[in-house]
Structure formats: structure tokens, C-alpha cells
Design a protein around this ligand. Structure first.
Ligand code: C2E
Ligand code: MG
Ligand code: MG
Length: 703
């Protein structure tokens, strides 16, 4: 029937057909020959094998009804339509899946095209299928892995750009686009035109092209690393860039360059902040001690010239802290820091070393004169009142100046300036002092004194002299003050002013005074037998008072000596008592509780108001001898002494006047109401034997 009809139409293969058959048996391609109606007339071996059918089972059947097409009706219909089209002369190409005998599926690149006889008549249709599955899989894998890498690359914070030697972009990730601020529409991104980004040097100037890391890697063939800036509008971001040239082994010059970089702007800012914090004082924001010494070292390395060091601190800063509070104190320090900065030259460095201690490095000074001009400016500036949120503060400053050059040890120059500062303080504050030859000599003597003092106590070089204390009315000797003496093996008798301060600094004073206390108490015990009411004054240094458990230790000595505590007077300087009234108070009360009498020594030199001391257990005020100079002729001193006496009386304190040198003074003080007198007018301090002979065994009184 139909089959026969179709047969008739079966064309003969062109030529002997062998070449076609050869193709037909390709192991890689599926081939089918169809009639123009779509009847299968031939199928090659691989297709038959794939479907596991014999040729006879499939030929002469409509192609779309053969087993290759599975069960999907739409696939069959598509194929039927495709044959129709091909028969009309139109080649068809599409992808289609074919089914194998065991259910395996292949994707074919399937074409169906007409075969024309020489006359143009279409006599056959050739169906051809190339297996896509394998290459497709390979492509899928490739695409998938590429996608994976792109995903990974884009997830990186690090920017990555691959460029060929002409700078055209081969690959770039999202971070790179963002960090380098590249317009997403830019043709550079597609590698169409060369891509060059502008890098800024540390000074924010653009790097010349030949210094650009990309260029350097391409020209030198070496990896490069740099931190450079990239402009983002008005902003600059800092990036840490590494460029790696890529080259073939046999080629000298790189064919590409791989640039990777990360944005380190925040890191840099953090580092800068940390660096700033490490070098600056948190309160005043001035450079701190460390940066001061660093700058000083630098100034020393500069062999060009001399530099000045100023060491300064505020006089009366403690008062501000005590009266107005620490917040006000902090505020004052900040304000003072700003004033200091205004006093120096732009090149100089103002630093805060600690508390109210500041230092100024004066770079390149010709002589101390330059420093003096600046010091004078600072003194004036410090005088202007500071209006703080908790009140007004008036302070002054003391300044020590030293000049050094590249040969000097900078630490030493600072010590010299510090020494000069202490000199300025002891000579009355609110002034500057230059470390000159005189001070240098003083310093040397002090160093020597400090060294020699170590031997003073063990070698028995210490002695005690006693100066009589006289009743102002009767002029009878009622007691004495024990004063330390040092008989130096070479220097002879060294006065206390020359060694007490040094001993306080080295701490030697503690043992020395311990010795004095014991010896003086023993002396008092002996003298008490001659004169039961005899009083003995002992001076106590700050160091001694700050010994832990001093009252307890003192009491032990007191008990051991057997003296009547009321006969012992402990002298404490006004300066010490005023230093920390709150902390000093319990200590003084503990001492007073032992039954001894407390006297405030050198009163008037600490500029304190007696009223401030009224909560402290003092019973005696000793007016400093400086106030007796030229009294009563000196009207100012005269007035001061009268005021002190009046105030002391109001507070029910007994008054001792020290340094009484004349009879007039003695009379005047008596009339003003002073209780006891002490001074050269009556006697110099004496060795104990002389004292006993003159005032105890045969009392002798001068009027
Ligand atoms: P100070 O406690 O005020 O002792 C009185 C000082 O004034 C003594 O000086 C005494 O010699 C001196 N002086 C007494 N009358 C007159 C006078 O009419 N005119 C003059 N110009 N001076 C007079 P000295 O013995 O040189 O002692 C000086 C200072 O050394 C003492 O002053 C005291 O602060 C300190 N000092 C002495 N021994 C000790 C001690 O054992 N411990 C402590 N911490 N300091 C001591
Ligand atoms: Mg004294
Ligand atoms: Mg005194």
C-alpha cells in the first residue's frame, strides 16, 4: 500500500553513495534519511545501536513514530512539522532530546535539511544529530566554576583587576570598581579602552605615570607594593596596593598585570588616632612626655645649633584643685596649655609632662636670651586671671631654663632645667631661672652633698645644737629647739640649709631625724631632772611625717625615753601643713593624741591664712624670722607681724617669734603679745654641754 508508493519515490544515492555512507557510519553523529513525506529509509549504526533496534524494525515508519523520540507527543509533533518544512525546502535546526533503549537521554544538535537533485527537486530529507550532552556538560561545569569564581571575587573586600600590557581590563571585581570609583558604564570596564587609575602620594599629589605601581610592575617585571590615595570626589581613600606582573617563562616582559588592593582608610585613621593618643596628653591634647623626649632627641641630633629647654609648673595649682575642685583644676590646665602655645614660636614644642608640669622645647636658640624673652611672655600670660566654670583662678608660674647643644645628653639638659625651676621656686616663685654656671656649681655641690650624706650618720658626723626659747615677759629660758648640725670631715660645719633639702630629696633625712629624735628626747629626759617644765622643740620633715605609722614609731621613742609628752614640741612647717590639709589632718591629730604639742613652723612663708589651719591641732605658731627683719622700722613687716599675732590670739594659739636679734625687737614683740622669743639676741644654737652650763646648771638670763 502506502509503503510501496513511498518506495517508488526512493531516490538513488548520488554517485556510488560510498562517501555518504562513510559519513553515515560516523561514530559521533546520528544520521537518518527520510523521504519527503518523512518516512525513515535509512538510519546509521550508532543511532540503531543507541535505540537498540534493528534496521528492519524502524525503516518505512514515519520518522516521528520511531523509538528515538520518547513518549512526548509534542516532541513528535514538532518533528512532524519540521519534516514538512524541510520538504518544502527550508532547513530546520533545533535541539532535541532522544531516548535510548535503557532510558538514557542525549541532547542533539539536530538538523533536518532537504536534499536536492541536480534539477533542484527535493527528493530526500537528511536528518543529522550531533551529541551535545558532553560538550554541554563541560560547558556547564566551566560556566559554573566561572560563576563560582566571579561570586567569590565579588564577595572579596579586596579589589582585583587583571589588565593586559596595554592596560585593558581582562577582569575586575565589584570591590575594585567601588574602591577605584569606576563608572559602571565606562567602556574601560569592558576592556575596550586602556584603563589607568590615578594614584596619590602621601602628600596627596598625583604620582607621576612612571612611578605608578602598575607601570612599575610592567616595566620592571617585579611585584610592587604601596599605600596610595584615590580620589572619591572631594574625599581621598587610601589603598594598600600590590601589583603582580604575569609573564610566560620564555618571555622577559609581562603580558599582564594583576593588581589587588584593599581600602585602608579607616585603618589608617585608627592608626593615626592611636598614634596621636600615644603621643599626646589626653587632657590638654599637648604632646606628652614621650613625644617631648623624642623631639628633644631629634633636636640633639641636629648638629646645627643650640636648643632651649624650659621646665615650668604652676605656682598655687594645688590651691585651685583644693578650693575649686579637680574639674576646675583640669580646666585651668587646658586654658594654661593654650596660653603657653601662644607664647612660643611656631617651631617650638609645648608638652605636658605630668600634673601641672609643662616643658617647652625651643628649637634653635642662639642663647639663653631668646629663651628669656619667651619666658617673660609666659610669666605675663600666666598672671591674667582664668575664669573657670567654678570661679576665677589667679596663678603664676615658675620656669627653669637650660640651653643645650648636640654634644649634650638631652636628659641632662632637662635635669638642668628642672634644677633651675626648683631654684626659681625656692627664690620666691613667679619667676624664671636660667641654669648657668652658678646653678651648675650649686648642682654639683648638691650632688656631692648627697653622696657625702650617706656617711654622715654611720660615721657619727651629726650633732645637735640647742637654741634657747625665752619667755617674752620674764626672759627666762623655758625650753630649746633642737637643730641638726653636720660636721663634714673636710668642709667643717655644714649649715642645715645646705643639707636638709638634699637629705629630704635622697630620703636620708628619715634616718637622720630618727637619730635626732632619740638623742634629743634622751637629752630632754636628762635636762628635765634639772628643770621639770623644760620644753624641747623638734623639727619634722615632710618625709618623716609621710613614713607609714610615724605616730606609732614616734610614740615608741617617746615611751622609751621616759619624757613627759607635754614637754615635747613637734615643729611642722606651714608649707607642709598646707600641702594636703585633708590628709595631714588625721596624721596631726594622731600626733596630738600622744600628748605632745604641735607648733606650726616658719609661719607666713606659705602665704596661708591662719583660718585654714584652725581645724588642725596646732597650739603654737612660730612666726618666720624673715618677718622680723627691720621690725619695727619696716612698716610692712610691722603690720604683717601684728596681723599674725592678732589672728593667732583670736584662734587661741601661743606665738613664738624666731630670729629675734635686737632688744627693740624683743620689746616690741612682748608688747604685741608674743609668748616666747627665740633668736641670736638671746643665744645662738649651742652644743648641749654649753647649753646646759649656760641655762640649766646656772640659769643666765639676758633682757
Ligand atoms: P627653723 O626650724 O626655723 O630653725 C630656726 C633657724 O633659725 C635655725 O637655723 C637658727 O639657727 C636660726 N636662727 C635662730 N635665731 C636666729 C637669729 O636671730 N637670726 C638668724 N639669722 N637666724 C636665727 P639653722 O639651725 O641653720 O636651721 C635652719 C633650718 O633647718 C631650720 O629652721 C629647720 O627648718 C631646718 N632644720 C634644722 N634641723 C632640722 C631637723 O632636725 N629636721 C628638720 N626637718 N629640719 C631641721
Ligand atoms: Mg624649727
Ligand atoms: Mg622656723
Amino acid at each position: 500500500m502506502d509503503t510501496d508508493k513511498r518506495l517508488k519515490h526512493t531516490p538513488s544515492l548520488p554517485g556510488d553513495g560510498s562517501h555518504l555512507l562513510a559519513l553515515f557510519d560516523s561514530p559521533y553523529q546520528f544520521f537518518w534519511l527520510l523521504t519527503t513525506e518523512g518516512t525513515l529509509v535509512e538510519a546509521n549504526r550508532i543511532s540503531l545501536a543507541f535505540a537498540a533496534v534493528g534496521r528492519e524494525e524502524v525503516v518505512w515508519r514515519p520518522f516521528w513514530e520511531t523509538p528515538w523520540w520518547g513518549s512526548d507527543a509534542s516532541v513528535r509533533e514538532q518533528l512532524r512539522q519540521a519534516t514538512d518544512l524541510a520538504a518544502e525546502g527550508e532547513p530546520i535546526r533545533y535541539e532535541v532530546e532522544i531516548w535510548g533503549a535503557e532510558g538514557q537521554v542525549l541532547t542533539l544538535d539536530f538538523t533536518l535539511r532537504p536534499y536536492r537533485e541536480a534539477g533542484g527537486e527535493i527528493t530526500l530529507l537528511i536528518a543529522e544529530g550531533r551529541d551535545l550532552t558532553e560538550s554541554r556538560d563541560a560547558q556547564h561545569t566551566l560556566e559554573a566554576s566561572e560563576r563560582k569564581y566571579v561570586t567569590v571575587l565579588n564577595a572579596l573586600d579586596e579589589g582585583i583587576v587583571l589588565q593586559d600590557r596595554d592596560r585593558r581590563i581582562g577582569a575586575i571585581n565589584d570591590s575594585a570598581r567601588r574602591i577605584l570609583a569606576i563608572d559602571p558604564e565606562s567602556p574601560q570596564l569592558r576592556g575596550e579602552v586602556p584603563f589607568e587609575w590615578r594614584a596619590l602620594a602621601k602628600d596627596e599629589q598625583e604620582l607621576p605615570p612612571d612611578r605608578h605601581p602598575t607601570t612599575l610592575s610592567l616595566t620592571t617585571g617585579m611585584p610592587q607594593r604601596a599605600v596610595v590615595g584615590v580620589r572619591h570626589g572631594s574625599d581621598i581613600r587610601w589603598i594598600d596596593v600590590t601589583t603582580r606582573p604575569l609573564s610566560n617563562e620564555d618571555e622577559a616582559s609581562p603580558y599582564a598585570v594583576l593588581t589587588s588592593f584593599s581600602d585602608v582608610t579607616e585603618l589608617r585613621q585608627q592608626r593615626e588616632m592611636l598614634q596621636h593618643q600615644a603621643q599626646h596628653d589626653g587632657l590638654t591634647n599637648l604632646p606628652n612626655r614621650k613625644s617631648f623626649f623624642d623631639a628633644l632627641q631629634e633636636a640633639t641630633n641636629d648638629s646645627g645649633g643650640r636648643y632651649g629647654v624650659m621646665y615650668l609648673d604652676l605656682d598655687g595649682f594645688k590651691d585651685v584643685n583644693d578650693t575649686l575642685g579637680h574639674a576646675a583644676g583640669d580646666q585651668l590646665l587646658i586654658r594654661f596649655a593654650r596660653r603657653l602655645e601662644r607664647c612660643v614660636r611656631p617651631n617650638d614644642l609645648v608638652a605636658r609632662l605630668a600634673g601641672d608640669e609643662f616643658a617647652v622645647l625651643l628649637r634653635r636658640v642662639k642663647s639663653a636670651k631668646n629663651a628669656v624673652r619667651i619666658a617673660e611672655r609666659i610669666l605675663t600670660q600666666a598672671h591674667a586671671p582664668f575664669s573657670l566654670s567654678d570661679g576665677r583662678a589667679i596663678v603664676s608660674t615658675s620656669i627653669g631654663i637650660a640651653v643645650g647643644n648636640h654634644q649634650d645628653d638631652p636628659e641632662r639638659v632637662v635635669r638642668d632645667a628642672d634644677f633651675a625651676l626648683r631654684h626659681a621656686k625656692t627664690s620666691g616663685k613667679d619667676r624664671y631661672a636660667i641654669f648657668d654656671e652658678t646653678l651648675s656649681r650649686d648642682q654639683e655641690i648638691q650632688h656631692r652633698t648627697a653622696a657625702d650624706l650617706k656617711r654622715a650618720l654611720p660615721d657619727g658626723q651629726l650633732e645637735i645644737h640647742y637654741q634657747p626659747l625665752v619667755d617674752a615677759k620674764s626672759k627666762g629660758v623655758v625650753g630649746a629647739e633642737a637643730l641638726m648640725r653636720w660636721r663634714h670631715p673636710e668642709r667643717g660645719m655644714v649649715p642645715p640649709v645646705d643639707f636638709i633639702g638634699v637629705a629630704e630629696q635622697t630620703g636620708e633625712i628619715v634616718a637622720m631625724e630618727g637619730w635626732l629624735i632619740q638623742a634629743a628626747l634622751a637629752q630632754l629626759e636628762t635636762w628635765s631632772e634639772l628643770k621639770p617644765d623644760f620644753r624641747l622643740s623638734i623639727n619634722l620633715s615632710a618625709r618623716q611625717l609621710e613614713q607609714p605609722d610615724f605616730p606609732k614609731k614616734f610614740n615608741a621613742m617617746l615611751v622609751e625615753s621616759g619624757v613627759v609628752p607635754e614637754n615635747v614640741v613637734l615643729e611642722i612647717t606651714e608649707t607642709y601643713a598646707m600641702q594636703r590639709p585633708r590628709e595631714v589632718s588625721p596624721l596631726l591629730h594622731a600626733l596630738a593624741d600622744l600628748g605632745v604639742t604641735l607648733a606650726i613652723d616658719d609661719f607666713g612663708t606659705g602665704y596661708s591664712n591662719l583660718g585654714h589651719l584652725q581645724h588642725l591641732p596646732f597650739r603654737i605658731v612660730k612666726i618666720d624670722r624673715s618677718f622680723l627683719q627691720n621690725v619695727p622700722d619696716d612698716k610692712r613687716n610691722f603690720a604683717l607681724v601684728r596681723t599674725i599675732i592678732a589672728m593667732a590670739q583670736a584662734l587661741e594659739l601661743d606665738v613664738v617669734a624666731e630670729g629675734v636679734e635686737t632688744k627693740t625687737q624683743s620689746e616690741f614683740l612682748y608688747w604685741e603679745g608674743v609668748n616666747w622669743l627665740q633668736g641670736f639676741h638671746f643665744s645662738k644654737p649651742l652644743p648641749p654641754e654649753d647649753f646646759a652650763v649656760q641655762y640649766l646648771t646656772a640659769p643666765e638670763v639676758k633682757t
